[in-house]
Design a protein around this ligand. Structure first.
Ligand code: GLP
Length: 256
C-alpha cells in the first residue's frame, strides 16, 4: 500500500486527479469506479476543470459507482445518482449511457446486484476504483462485519452511518436504512484502489484501516490485501499514523 500525505485537501484532490488523468490519457477507454460523499468532491471539481481547460476527455470511459440508497429515485436530491450528476457527470463528456450507478429502486434487489456484477465483468473489470472511508471504517457501504469476500448486495446501514449521513437530510427519519453496495470482494478485484480521506474526524479510523489488523470490523483495512492500493490523506487525516514520517520519506524519494 502506498500512503501519500498531502499538506491539505486541495493537494490531496489534485494528486488524486493526476492518477485519474494519467490512466484516462494512456487508456481512453478506461473503466473507472467512482465514489460519493464529501471527500471526492474536490477530485471531481479538479477533473471537471482539467476537462474544461486542459482537454481531458472521458468520451470513451465507462464508470461504475460503488453504491446507492434503497428507496431513493435517481432524481431525489440525496440519491447518489443525483450526486454524481451534480458533482461530475454534468461537467464532463462521459456519455451517460456508460455511467452506471446501482439502482436502489429495483423490484428484485438480488437479481439487480447479480446484473451489476455481470456488467462490471463485461466491461472488463474496473481499472481504477476511487474510495472514501466512512466514520466506522466502511468502504462503499460495507459496514462492520461485512465479509471480506462479499459481492454487490443489499446492506443494512449501521446507526452510526445513518447518523453521519443525516446531515444531508431534513431529518434523521428520512435517511434510508438500506443500500445497494459493491462488496469488499468486488472492490478487491479492481486493478487499482485509490482511497482518499481528509479531516481530523477520520484520523482514528484511517490509522486502524492502514496500520491496524485486517478485519471485517474495519472493512477499509481489506485494502491491505490489495496488490495496488494508493491512499492519499491530508495532514489531519494522517495525524494518528505511526509511520507518517516514513510515508513522507518514501514519497520524497519517489523517482519523478
Ligand atoms: C458514505 C458512502 C461512502 C463514503 C462515506 C464517507 O457512507 N457510502 O462511499 O466513503 O460516506 O463520506 P464522506 O466522504 O462524506 O466522509
Amino acid at each position: 500500500m502506498e500512503v501519500i500525505i498531502a499538506p491539505d485537501y486541495e493537494t490531496m484532490s489534485s494528486l488524486a486527479a493526476d492518477i485519474v488523468e494519467e490512466l484516462v490519457r494512456s487508456q481512453p477507454a478506461a473503466v473507472l469506479g467512482l465514489a460519493t460523499g464529501s471527500t471526492p468532491i474536490g477530485l471531481y471539481q479538479e477533473l471537471a476543470r482539467r476537462h474544461r481547460e486542459a482537454g481531458l476527455s472521458f468520451e470513451e470511459v465507462t464508470s461504475f459507482n460503488l453504491d446507492e440508497y434503497v428507496g431513493l429515485t435517481p432524481d431525489h436530491d440525496q440519491s447518489y445518482h443525483y450526486f454524481m450528476n451534480e458533482n461530475l457527470f454534468q461537467h464532463i463528456d462521459l456519455p451517460l449511457e456508460n455511467a452506471h450507478v446501482p439502482s436502489g429502486m429495483s423490484d428484485d434487489h438480488e437479481a439487480f446486484c447479480g446484473s451489476y456484477e455481470q456488467a462490471i465483468a463485461q466491461a472488463g473489470g474496473i481499472d481504477l476504483q476511487v474510495l472514501g472511508i466512512g466514520g466506522d471504517g466502511h468502504i462503499a457501504f460495507n459496514e462492520p462485519g461485512s465479509s471480506l469476500k462479499s459481492r454487490t448486495r443489499l446492506k443494512t446501514l449501521t446507526n452510526e452511518t445513518v447518523e453521519d449521513n443525516s446531515r444531508f437530510f431534513e431529518s434523521i427519519d428520512d435517511v434510508p436504512r438500506y443500500a445497494i453496495t459493491m462488496g469488499v470482494g468486488t472492490i478487491l478485484e479492481t486493478r487499482h484502489c485509490l482511497m482518499l480521506a481528509n479531516g481530523e474526524k477520520k484520523a482514528d479510523v484511517v490509522a486502524q484501516a492502514i496500520e491496524g489488523p485486517v478485519s471485517a470490523m474495519i472493512t477499509a483495512s481489506a485494502l491491505q490485501l490489495h496488490p495496488q492500493a494508493t491512499v492519499i490523506l491530508d495532514e489531519a487525516a494522517a495525524s494518528k499514523l505511526e509511520l507518517s514520517e516514513y510515508y513522507k520519506w518514501v514519497f520524497e524519494q519517489k523517482p519523478a
